[in-house]
Design a protein around this ligand. Structure first.
Ligand code: LLP
Length: 426
């Protein structure tokens, strides 16, 4: 890993924590808590850093919407020239409503329904990523019905080992559900090459997420390169090599990923194959731009544990309880002193925590906390258990801030429920 070249958008002025040019207390007072905050300039900086690193080859950065698909944030990235990677019909609509042209969107996902595949073909997305032989049949069928030639890429499982990954975010090893199994790729490719409704235009892999070592990329693209040569000889009109997502964010003391090293691994491979390079980063682009603001409600000692009970919990940020993930937490206006505490939410689950056994700023009820590196897989994975309305999202740009997603209301929570039942006879 290389030098820390990327800036941190959360900085202290006279002891208080700000996002860019806006005090977090101002946002909490205006938008309430809990609330997500994102730095627009941190997004731009990361997009530009990656774009610059890849400058040696024709390339496209397709930001992976699954990390955070809020329109206000997508528009910042689109204005930079970023493209989009979606994995569902819902994300496809979100990308298009944020202004991405279909030709700027690639559509992946291990279980796309027939309706989703049709929607992708009708929109005319740049590439549909195929993850199985069975899915290829459905895509061919739908392309025939629509009278189009489907531009597809094969997402293959390169079957590389990723050290230290949490089991739930490892994706590119043998036996995972993702991608066309390595041993099946050639036979599936021959079917695609033979079909007049399919154009096999790309090869794609995604070896995992939060890749603190870049070695899996090296192993993966080497395998992909050999495959690409074989397929080119077999007549596949390949144009794209997609190295997937996976670049890491700094949750604690990790170094920023070495983008030059990353480029030195993948750019020469794309160049030697004569292919345009695609990358699908999610976390790297948005994680560090985000903080979750939460107020301390209570402090209580129970059975020897010192609990800080906040107004945000697993419904706002699932990562600590789902992946045992670490997120740095600090007081927006520290009072001085440290304490070792469990930071928990109000949800009726023992697994509802933001941090356990954490030594951090000593805090009291009413204090505001910032939970860091929560721009990726934070809001996007939030949910409404215990009938908790989802938090608002706020974008900061310089000294300005705006709500980009309003707080859910109690009316929103019941909006989908049928008031007068319309019984149907079976
Ligand atoms: N492309 C594909 C095919 C993917 O499956 C993923 C993530 C990405 C791109 C973007 O990966 P990234 O650059 O963000 O690592 N919810 C988990 C992460 C799940 C990632 C799933 N796939 C978490 O909170 O850590």
């Amino acid at each position: 890993m290389g030098p820390r070249v990327l800036g941190r958008p959360y900085v202290r002025h006279d002891g208080a924590l700000w996002c860019e040019g806006v005090p977090l207390e101002v946002i909490a007072a205006g938008a309430g808590t809990p609330a997500y905050v994102y730095s627009a300039n941190a997004l731009r900086e990361r997009y530009r850093a990656l774009d610059t690193a890849l400058a040696g080859v024709p390339h496209r950065i397709h930001y992976s919407l699954k990390a955070n698909s809020s329109r206000g944030l997508l528009q910042v990235l689109r204005d930079e020239g970023c493209h989009a990677d979606v994995v569902s019909g819902g994300e496809l609509v979100r990308a298009m409503r944020a202004g991405f042209a279909p030709s700027e969107i690639i559509f992946g996902g291990v279980g796309k329904s027939r309706a989703e595949i049709r929607a992708g073909l009708q929109a005319g997305v740049k590439l549909l990523n195929i993850e199985s032989a069975a899915e290829l049949d459905v895509v061919e069928d739908e392309a025939r019905a629509l009278g189009v030639r489907a531009r597809i890429a094969f997402r293959v499982n390169p079957e590389v080992e990723v050290a230290n990954a949490h089991a739930y975010i490892a994706t590119g090893s043998r036996g995972h559900k993702f991608g066309i199994p390595w041993g099946d790729v050639l036979s599936v490719a021959n079917r695609a090459i033979a079909s007049k409704h399919l154009e096999l235009a790309g090869l794609d892999m995604h070896v995992g997420s939060q890749l603190l070592s870049l070695d899996p990329y090296r192993d993966g693209v080497e395998r992909l390169a050999g495959l690409a040569r074989t397929l080119q000889k077999a007549g596949a009109p390949l144009r794209y090599l997609d190295a997937g997502g996976g670049l890491p964010a700094r949750y604690g003391e990790e170094d920023a990923p070495d983008l030059e090293l990353f480029a030195s691994i993948i750019v020469p491979v794309a160049t030697s194959l004569g292919l345009e390079l695609i990358v699908e980063p999610g976390r790297f682009v948005v994680a560090e731009s985000g903080a979750l603001l939460t107020r301390v409600l209570y402090r209580k000692l129970s059975g020897g544990t010192d609990f800080v009970i906040c107004d945000a919990g697993m419904t706002e940020l699932l990562r600590p309880s789902h992946y045992d993930a670490y997120h740095a937490i600090e007081a927006v206006q520290p009072r001085g002193g440290q304490a070792t505490v469990d930071v928990v939410g109000p949800i009726c689950e023992t697994g509802d925590f933001l941090a356990r056994d954490r030594t951090m700023d000593d805090v009291q009820p009413g204090d505001l906390l910032a939970v860091h590196t929560t721009g990726a897989y934070g809001y996007a994975m939030s949910f409404t258990y215990n009938a908790r309305p989802r938090a608002p999202e706020v974008l900061v740009d310089g000294s300005r801030w705006s709500v980009i997603t309003r707080r859910e209301t109690y009316d929103d929570l019941v909006r989908l429920e049928t008031e007068t039942l319309e019984w149907q006879e079976a």
